[in-house]
Write a protein that binds this ligand. Structure first.
Ligand SMILES: Cc1cc2nc3c(=O)[nH]c(=O)nc-3n(C[C@H](O)[C@H](O)[C@H](O)COP(=O)(O)OP(=O)(O)OC[C@H]3O[C@@H](n4cnc5c(N)ncnc54)[C@H](O)[C@@H]3O)c2cc1C
Ligand SMILES: *[C@@H]1O[C@H](CO)[C@@H](O)[C@H](O)[C@H]1NC(C)=O
Ligand SMILES: *[C@@H]1O[C@H](CO)[C@@H](O)[C@H](O)[C@H]1NC(C)=O
Ligand SMILES: *[C@@H]1O[C@H](CO)[C@@H](O)[C@H](O)[C@H]1NC(C)=O
Ligand SMILES: *[C@@H]1O[C@H](CO)[C@@H](O)[C@H](O)[C@H]1NC(C)=O
Ligand SMILES: *[C@@H]1O[C@H](CO)[C@@H](O)[C@H](O)[C@H]1NC(C)=O
Ligand SMILES: *[C@@H]1O[C@H](CO)[C@@H](O)[C@H](O)[C@H]1NC(C)=O
Ligand SMILES: CC(=O)N[C@H]1CO[C@H](CO)[C@@H](O)[C@@H]1O
Length: 522
């Protein structure tokens, strides 16, 4: 109501809100408290990858170091003026749905100024600030010939990626990116700084590997095992959609062969692109040893392609290339299925039906879809277990699987409101088909899941209990479950609420659009 009144009166919406909590953050000595009437605030808002996540907090606070994060936590959690103020935590800001990494009617803690990357060659450890993007990490390490397993699009944030698992070019060789974290530094709700590694707080160390940082506190540093590397071979290839059957056959063989070729990585996606006005097949191929088109890629190389950028290049350059268009409202859906050509084929068919149905419902030609496949063979979690274990639960799966990311990017809030249930209904048909062929793998990748998909529950009850126990031990009052409502919460697993309806929690999308349009005018 207040916000609406403010808009009608022509006042910046947030000035009508209670901003004493923001003032308290400033009084605590925090220099970077950004208010909605500033360019800095507008800049940080548009830096969220998906427009759906660009909300309007009372203010954005940017700590610059761990001790400032302690001040932020102490003020937000125990400060009198903040007693009824909720907050959100944001690193790269790449989670696509509203309310994971940002908040209306609350304060957003933005770790974007904590992005230092340092390499200790003697210890083979890279220490990375939570607000770094992977492109910052590769830019710091590449010139010395070192790297770490990380994002395959350079702009993705480090903190959400790593605590959600993290699938990289190196997973078949080194496990998920989270399995390569030697130590997490975390500020707890009580304002204490703790480390979590194999020796110190190993329960928290495991829980942070896939359990989402949103459940435990604020991660302020990641120490990752780094290794020496030369350039990689890779790039993208474009195919006519008439290559569908050949691509599916090649990918099914590929998935069963990953354990014989752990230096390879292959991602295939069917994508509707406005410039083509059609679906094309895109593939991202890499060889992490820098060998050009090794024999493991023979089946893919035999399929005639329209174009490619395959070459020898740096880790950073190959991830810059996989950057995706911004400025859209993105709706994502994920599922995993057993490596089976019939299910794969059905999903590609349903994707095409979805694209056709969407086209028939809109006269806006500016939208993008992806139906993206990534091998999840059992060898991935063999490495996870060797490296101390994570909580994703894939180690109990005995079939090679394929993970799907099915998504649409649209321009307006009205389009998102229609696209969201439509995409979901096609996604659910895909799941049902996989189930009917005994091929549904219940594991859902947290980094790709939509707000209602409840990925933590898919990790299995033993892992859910591990996450619950660590959350309770390090945040006994459950501050990060209630006062920081964003992200996938362990307290919601097993309750009716486990599917978060973001529209209900975070207000109407349309209203936000107006507020933002007005801000960027300013
Ligand atoms: C273009 C693109 C490419 C992608 N490529 C990959 C890929 O190759 N592999 C892959 O695995 N995933 C990929 N993803 C998914 C990506 O891993 C997730 O979106 C991830 O959450 C991004 O991390 P972030 O730091 O930007 O997250 P944010 O959206 O900032 O945060 C994610 C969640 O973690 C919480 N959080 C963030 N920082 C902290 C912190 N320091 N302490 C406590 N809680 C925190 C937030 O509150 C939020 O709930 C991609 C996404 C996009 C948009
Ligand atoms: C922005 O808002 C804050 C808080 O209300 C106020 O102190 C500041 O003067 C405003 N700045 C500008 C540039 O209008
Ligand atoms: C905002 O972003 C623009 C474009 O990236 C940049 O030129 C400008 O300096 C930024 N302004 C502030 C105040 O951060
Ligand atoms: C708003 O300010 C009043 C005092 O002016 C304070 O009592 C109250 O807790 C504040 N509410 C929020 C949400 O910060
Ligand atoms: C690295 O190791 C070498 C040899 O053991 C040693 O001389 C050097 O001081 C170490 N450097 C650092 C920064 O620890
Ligand atoms: C794909 O092939 C069909 C039939 O050969 C052709 O009509 C179409 O233009 C091709 N599409 C692209 C994107 O090359
Ligand atoms: C599997 O990978 C190995 C090692 O790269 C390769 O020699 C072999 O030809 C591959 N097999 C298939 C069926 O692709
Ligand atoms: C307060 C303010 O700037 N309001 C403007 C918001 O944007 C609409 C549409 O552009 C304008 O009509 C308002 O004047």
């Amino acid at each position: 109501m207040l916000k609406l009144a403010a808009i009608l009166l022509g006042l910046p919406a947030v000035l009508a809100q209670n901003s004493t909590c923001c003032q308290a953050l400033q009084n605590a000595g925090l220099a970077h408290v950004l208010y909605p009437n500033t360019t800095e605030y507008a800049n940080r808002t548009v830096s969220y990858w998906s427009v759906s996540a660009q909300l309007s907090p009372y203010c954005i606070v940017q700590p610059t170091c761990t001790s400032e994060v302690v001040k932020v936590v102490n003020t937000l959690i125990r400060g009198e003026s903040c007693s009824s103020t909720k907050f959100a935590v944001r690193s790269g800001g790449h989670t696509v749905w509203a309310g994971s990494n940002n908040i209306n009617d609350g304060v957003t803690v933005d770790l974007g100024l904590m992005k230092d990357v340092t390499l200790d060659k003697n210890a083979s450890v890279a220490s990375i600030g939570p607000g770094a993007r992977w492109l910052n990490v590769y830019a710091a390490l590449d010139p010395d010939g070192w790297t770490v397993p990380g994002g395959r699009a350079g702009s993705v944030g480090v903190a959400g990626f790593l605590t959600g698992g993290g699938n990289s070019f190196f997973t078949a060789r080194k496990g998920f990116a989270c399995d390569n974290v030697k130590n997490f530094e975390l500020v707890t709700a009580s304002g204490e700084v703790v480390n979590a590694n194999a020796d110190e707080n190993p329960d928290l160390w495991q829980a942070l590997k896939g359990g989402s940082a949103a459940n435990f506190g604020i991660v302020t540093r990641f120490d990752m095992f780094a290794f020496q590397t030369g350039n990689l071979w890779g790039g993208t290839a474009t195919y006519n959609k008439s290559a569908t059957a050949d691509q599916i056959a090649a990918y099914v063989k590929w998935t069963d062969n990953v354990s014989n070729y752990p230096d390879g990585s292959s991602i295939i996606f069917w994508s509707y692109l406005p410039v083509m006005s059609d679906i094309v097949i895109l593939a991202a191929y890499e060889d992490t040893q820098g060998n050009e088109a090794p024999v493991g890629f023979d089946d893919f190389m035999a399929i005639p392609r329209i174009a490619d950028t395959l070459r020898i290049d740096s880790h950073k350059a190959l991830t810059d290339e996989l950057e995706q268009a911004t400025g859209y409202r993105d709706v994502w859906f994920t599922m995993t299925f057993a490596n089976n050509a019939e299910i794969f084929t059905k999903i590609v068919e349903l994707n095409e039906a979805f694209v056709n149905e969407w086209k028939s419902q809109t006269n806006d030609p500016d939208f993008i879809t992806q139906c993206m496949f990534q091998a999840i063979p059992t060898v991935f979690s063999v490495h996870s277990v060797e490296r101390g274990g994570n909580v994703m639960g894939l180690d109990s799966e005995d079939r090679n699987g394929i993970m799907l990311l099915f998504d649409i990017a649209v321009k307006t809030a009205e389009e998102e409101a229609i696209a969201r249930p439509l995409l979901r209904s096609y996604g659910e048909q895909m799941q049902e088909f996989a189930t009917s062929r005994d091929g549904l793998i219940s594991w859902k990748f947290l980094n790709y899941a939509d707000s209602y998909q409840n990925p933590l529950a898919s990790y299995g009850s033993a892992n859910v209990e591990k996450i619950r126990a660590a959350a309770k031990k390090f945040d006994p009052e459950g501050v990060f479950q209630t006062k920081a409502p964003g992200g996938f919460k362990i307290s919601k697993v097993g309750t009716e609420e486990s599917g978060v309806e973001t529209d209900k929690l975070f207000g109407s999308v349309g209203e936000e659009t107006k507020t933002l349009a007005n801000l960027s005018d300013a």
